[in-house]
Design a protein. Structure first.
Lengths: 559, 225
């Protein structure tokens, strides 16, 4: 079966044993850097003094092989602030460790992890913005999501939401102007966005051009920061949080996002999911992935060809088919709200045979349609000239930025949580993880198109299973208490493979029916960070193509 | 001279014999022989505006996905004379606001709206443009598009289906044909120069960071719930 994969060996790393991670060996490795231990559901946490963060992260990365800084969570307790670095391995994401950095309440200040993991740059800026923790030695510590003139840090407990705010609307200066010695500078500053057809939403790229070459690009985000974490922190676990994940990655990828929350919350509260519900989840999630990848393909063609006619319309046509299937199942075209903790909302629509037939029709039509796309897009010489060897992202760079999903797999990184950190019904099914070694825009598009085929394979097997399922064993939800109150001070970080990559949720419970901290690790946020690496020194049309091939969705970048 | 001839109208008399060739266009045929269309110029212009609306290509959040589906195959908004999205606000006369507006984006949206030529119309799409929708309680979320720009038609839903948006646009056309304008129900946030703001504690605090001439938008969250 495809899941018995050749994995690169991690056994020469410290702490790796046959039985899993040996945290004592890791503690020995860190030695006197560790001042305490914590136990999270997903991993052990080492408490580290704030001035020695980089050293601890460096040792874990160099000697224990934790090369993936998945997320940085900042949170507030009554007596301290805390940053948590969630580390994983690209080779085996089930090997996890948390580095917990407590700081004082009066002067929350700790060392930046940016020198070890470049992805920490944006994550720490976000922590500074929303929680007000200062990171020493950070290269560029300023607000990232909120306007620069914002007062206060909104996720702090003492933040007054009623206070007035002043937001500026001013021109941006050319950041490279100072670097020009002679007066007749040849660089030009261009704002791409926040309202621009090529930015896929409200993204603002501060771009400096030297002729047609991009000399500098700085993504400016936060134009869609709609307080998703605050919303989840004030909603109850059982029902109120579930609608929000639909709105993070809103390109029809709702069920994939819901699964991220469901998985984390089910682990937090210790809930079981019936097998039948897992199959339905797997099937509907893969439908969402197809819809999301089709839109990525259509808008990418829109960016590269600038044509609103053929490919975009074709992909919309096929999305309509998937959306109809999902609507039959969930009752909604876009915001499904279909998963429940411990299962799904309801069973498949009746008559079941009719529904299976519709799904099979869709799957039967898909190969011909994909052939059509390959003719129009990937087989097209103009397209290849635009995309092959542009926007190159080397695997090492991608890893240091925490890139995941099709972006990582297009750079040859064999990392897919559906296989590597199994959940749902994926381990029982026959499918393959798609990787391409090109590292360029073309590879990323190709990965998405091949993933559509793999998703179709998964859906087909799920339909077979569901059709055969005995009627008396169709349990759609396990027995879940009406009000969920997970134990006080339980912490969990869990991720699933969403359409764009690793979508993780960190939750800490405080004994009530709402989470004390709800942190979203968005794949797009990390993926977007690689844009300057891909496009500096390239032509401006390649910048647009690279941005399109990253397939970001701003609702998830800004949350 | 027979009595028949006397009963002829002047027009008939001047027509002469043979095929009536004055109706050389469909329009003429429709309006009869008179070369004039009797209508008010205003009414004519309203009809024109409603029948050929140029939409602004303006995507914000989730609703923009449904908006794209409305433009694309199957729903095809072009059937209603409101089809091709324009990338530049200078060429557009209708803006669909499809999503949540947050503090950082509102000044930009105001500027885009200001750049559109008069007369211009606004369709607010989705619950977020009505009240902030599911994000109403967010610290960063503007409680509806009307806090920034006047809105002609609200299409509720989270997100509204493409059919609902088509209905909203059709309703807008109806209103335009009737010459109605949007009521301004709240005083919207304005873009103003920082120097013109009232010098309260916050403004004094920010005085070092912001130039007098810089445009700013001031949010009084306590007043907009």
């Amino acid at each position: 079966m495809s899941l018995e994969k050749p994995r690169p060996s991690t056994t020469d790393h410290v702490g790796v044993t046959e039985q899993g991670l040996d945290y004592e060996a890791l503690a020995d490795l860190l030695g006197d850097l560790v001042v305490g231990r914590e136990s999270h559901i997903n991993a052990e946490g080492f408490v580290v003094r704030p001035e020695r963060v980089a050293e601890a992260l460096g040792r874990l990365k160099q000697q224990a092989g934790f090369d993936h800084c998945s997320c940085v969570t900042a949170q507030e307790y009554d007596d301290r602030f805390e940053s948590i670095y969630h580390l994983k391995k690209y080779a085996d994401p089930t090997q996890e460790v948390s580095v917990v950095v407590p700081t004082s309440r009066d002067d929350p200040r700790s060392q930046s992890g940016n020198s070890v993991f470049r992805t920490a740059d944006w994550h720490e800026r976000e922590a500074y913005d929303l929680m007000g923790i200062t990171y020493d030695e950070h290269p560029d510590l300023r607000r990232i999501l909120l306007p620069e003139t914002w007062q206060g840090h909104p996720l702090r407990m003492d933040y007054d939401q009623e206070q007035p705010q002043v937001v500026t609307f001013r021109e941006h200066a050319n950041p490279l102007k100072e670097d020009h010695r002679e007066d007749d500078a040849d660089t030009m500053f261009v704002n791409v966005g926040p309202h621009h057809p090529a930015t896929h939403g409200v993204l603002h790229l501060k771009t400096v051009l030297d002729g047609e070459t991009v000399a500098d690009v700085d993504p400016d985000i936060g134009y869609l920061h709609r307080c998703e974490e605050q919303m989840c922190q004030q909603s109850t676990y059982r029902h109120q949080i579930m609608p929000y994940p639909d709105r993070w990655d809103y390109i029809s990828a709702g069920i994939l996002n819901e699964w991220a929350y469901a998985r984390a919350a089910e682990d937090l509260a210790g809930l079981e999911v019936p097998e039948y519900a897992q199959v339905i989840r797997t099937m509907s999630a893969e439908m969402c992935r197809i819809a999301a990848h089709l839109l990525a393909l259509g808008t990418f063609a829109l960016d590269v060809y600038g044509d609103f006619t053929a490919i975009f319309m074709y992909s919309t046509r096929d999305r309509e088919v998937v959306q109809n299937l999902l609507e039959d199942l969930t009752g909604q075209r876009l915001m499904f709200n279909y998963l429940r903790l411990g299962g799904v909302a309801w069973d498949l629509p009746e008559p079941r045979e009719e529904y299976f037939e519709k799904v099979r029709d869709f799957l039967d039509d898909l190969p011909a349609k994909l052939e059509e796309y390959h003719d129009l897009v990937t087989g097209n010489e103009i397209f290849q000239l635009r995309c092959v060897n542009t926007g190159v992202l080397e695997p090492d760079v991608a890893k240091s930025y925490g890139a995941t999903g099709p972006v990582a797999r297009g750079s040859g990184i064999d990392y897919d949580l559906r296989r590597d950190d199994p959940y749902g019904y994926y381990p029982e099914l026959d499918w393959d993880v798609v990787t391409e070694d090109g590292c360029d825009n073309y590879s990323r598009v190709l990965v998405r198109m091949k993933e559509i085929e793999e998703s179709a394979k998964i859906i087909g097997q799920c339909v077979d299973l569901l059709e055969e399922w005995p009627e008396e064993e169709r349990e759609i939800q396990s027995n879940v208490p009406r009000t969920l109150k997970p134990d006080n001070d339980t912490e969990v970080y869990r991720a699933v493979e969403a359409a764009k990559g690793e979508l993780g949720i960190y939750m800490r419970s405080d004994g009530t029916d709402t989470p004390a901290r709800f942190k979203i690790r968005s794949p797009c946020f990390s993926n977007l960070q690689t844009l300057p690496e891909m496009s500096t020194g390239e032509y401006i049309p390649d910048l647009i193509a690279s941005l399109g091939s990253l397939d970001i969705v701003l609702g998830e970048v800004d949350r | 001279m027979s009595s028949d001839k006397q009963l002829q109208t002047t027009q008939e008399a001047r027509m002469g014999e043979g095929v009536d060739d004055r109706f050389n266009s469909k329009l003429r045929e429709a309006f009869g022989s008179s070369p004039f269309i009797l209508t008010k110029f205003d009414k004519f212009m309203n009809w024109v505006r409603g029948s050929s609306m140029f939409m602004l290509q303006f995507g914000i959040a989730c609703c923009s996905i449904e908006m794209m589906h409305t433009y694309a195959v199957k729903h095809d908004l072009d059937r209603f004379g409101a089809g091709v999205p324009r990338a530049s606000p200078r060429q557009a006369d209708v803006i669909i606001v499809p999503g949540t507006i947050v503090s950082k984006f509102a000044p930009r949206m105001k500027r885009v709206y200001d750049q559109m030529p008069e007369p211009k119309f606004v369709v607010g799409m989705g619950s977020c443009t009505i009240s902030g929708g599911p994000f109403h309680e967010g610290y960063n979320v503007i409680k509806g598009a009307e806090e920034v720009i006047p809105v002609d038609i609200h299409v509720p839903g989270c997100p509204p289906r493409p059919e609902a948006l088509v209905y909203g646009v059709a309703k807008l056309q109806e209103r335009i044909a009737n010459g109605e304008t949007s009521p301004v129900t709240v005083k919207p946030y304005e873009l103003e120069q920082f120097g013109d703001l009232e010098g309260d504690e916050l403004v004094r605090h920010l005085a070092d960071e912001i130039d007098e001439e810089d445009l700013v938008m001031r949010y009084n969250w306590a007043e907009s719930r």
